[in-house]
Design a protein around this ligand. Structure first.
Ligand code: 5CU
Length: 364
């Protein structure tokens, strides 16, 4: 059974040029004290002038934009197929007038990259979410004509007001009617104040380990509470990082709904909408990028082994040791799958079979 990586990013050349042309986050730049080491600065707060320039953002090398480097990485880690996606913050920051044209260019670029390695690369496209609704829907429909596209990747901000925004309904309707899978991925984390005044002493740990998964969990819970999955019962979402903390917190979410007098008075309490457990089993897929058997078990218990899909998060989390061939971040996920499933049939599904079936990767 082939191994398929469904969580693997790229910044294609056109996007790299865009980031290099900018002077505010997100951008790529060098600093006077390290003129030969460009840094990728994308996350909120990463641009703090109090942070030394050599620890702002992260160093950026070919692994972020060179498709040959992606294939080398796949070969080193025995990955047969990758479903590549533009990395955060996608096109969220573009002015309305540039969004649609940029989305078309980036999606065409990524589709072309896939065509260079037939059978090895597929992709999730990106949407011009700062453009008009008509432009977003047109791109959803156009993506269906691009041979290697298997869904779209998007963040939790939607049109700027989150994923419970009713203005998203026509877009959810288009995604549902075209059977387009959403790969939902965090970027914004939590308000910087929750990390406390000593946050700069802790590197990227708090925003990445906790901010990312909680951002996703809150976004999906808002979708649930606002009835997105009641209005769009066939909308499919692949949630990054094994669902944030959704599998672990699903019971607590349901209990809080059941005990909420306000929701009850409005007829939106228990029984007034689909339960999170039902959505987890019918509409949600989870990646296996959680780095431990404990997290994987929660994901499988919540959604089932046939809805869990291997990923690496390449090119993020590279080894810190210079010259290391294999990435510990990848091997930790392989090991977690092995510990959770051993040789069971389920392991084959998680490593590749589920992705091939769900994303139809065998009809080249
Ligand atoms: O290390 C990081 O900042 C990231 C990121 O921005 N996006 C991602 O997918 N993984 C890690």
């Amino acid at each position: 059974m082939p191994i398929v990586d469904i969580h693997t990013h790229i910044y294609p050349p056109a996007y790299i040029s865009l980031l290099k042309s900018r002077t505010t986050v997100p951008y790529i730049r060098t600093f006077p004290d390290a003129p030969n080491s460009p840094r990728l600065i994308i996350l909120p707060g990463e641009n703090d002038p109090a942070t030394p320039s050599t620890s702002r953002g992260r160093p950026i090398g070919p692994e972020y934009h060179d498709i040959a480097a992606k294939i080398d990485f796949m070969d080193t880690h025995k990955i047969n197929i990758s479903v590549i996606s533009l990395a955060n913050p996608w096109l969220d920051f573009l002015p309305e007038s540039e969004a649609a044209e940029t989305a078309r260019r980036i999606n065409d670029d990524i589709n072309d990259l896939c065509s260079k390695y037939p059978g090895r690369l597929y992709a999730f496209g990106t949407l011009p979410l700062s453009g008009s609704t008509g432009e977003v829907i047109a791109e959803i429909e156009r993506l269906k004509s691009l041979k290697y596209m298997r869904g779209i990747i998007m963040g939790t901000s939607g049109l700027g007001r989150g994923l419970d925004d009713l203005s998203l309904d026509p877009i959810y309707a288009a995604l549902q009617s075209t059977c387009t899978l959403i790969f939902l991925h965090p970027h914004y984390g939590l308000p910087l104040s929750v990390y406390g005044p000593r946050a700069s002493e802790y590197g990227h740990v708090l925003p990445l380990a906790l901010g990312f998964p909680l951002e996703t969990t809150i976004a999906v819970t808002r979708m649930l509470l606002s009835g997105v999955w009641d209005r769009f019962q066939n909308l499919n979402v692949l949630i990054a990082h094994s669902g944030g903390t959704l599998p672990f917190l699903a019971g607590r979410i349901e209990s809080c709904v059941a005990h909420d007098g306000f929701l009850k008075s409005e007829g939106r309490g228990e029984g007034g909408r689909r339960a999170v457990w039902d959505v987890l089993k019918k509409n949600i897929y989870l990646d296996a990028v959680i780095y431990s058997k404990v997290g994987l078990k929660a994901a499988v218990d919540a959604s089932g082994p046939d809805r869990l899909l291997f990923g690496t998060d390449h090119p993020f989390f590279p080894p810190l040791e210079k010259g290391a061939e294999e990435w510990a971040s990848v091997n930790t996920n392989y090991q977690a799958i092995n510990e959770a499933f051993g040789d069971e049939e389920a392991a084959k599904g998680v490593l590749g079979g589920n992705a091939i079936r769900i994303l139809k990767l065998n009809n080249e």
